[in-house]
Design a protein around this ligand. Sequence first.
Ligand code: ZN
Length: 117
Amino acid sequence: MMVYRCDGCGKEMPRHALRYTVSVEVCAAYDELEVSLGDLVRDHRSEILALIERMKQADAKELEEQVYKRITLDLCPSCQRAFIKQPLRFHPEQGGEGGAVDVDQFLRSLGYGDKKH
Ligand SMILES: [Zn+2]
């Protein structure tokens, strides 16, 4: 018989038992996309080629996760109650340093976010 395992406490949950699923999407986001005439006529070739060279050195999965990551969890009812009371018990100091590619700079070169940074 198929069983689920609670991602919170590790307890086994029978297939038809009440369980909860949590889907979290972590997306790179900026306030707005502004494209000016200067952006349209500017030659992006050298920037893109340099970015591709840096990407060759980087881990593809890590790069993808810097832009988008979907996390799906199965929770038992007890963990669901704990989760909805305090969903953000993460530790920011575990984030570490960024990789070789500056994803922020790349997204901004495409027009996302504030270009003044
Ligand atoms: Zn649990």
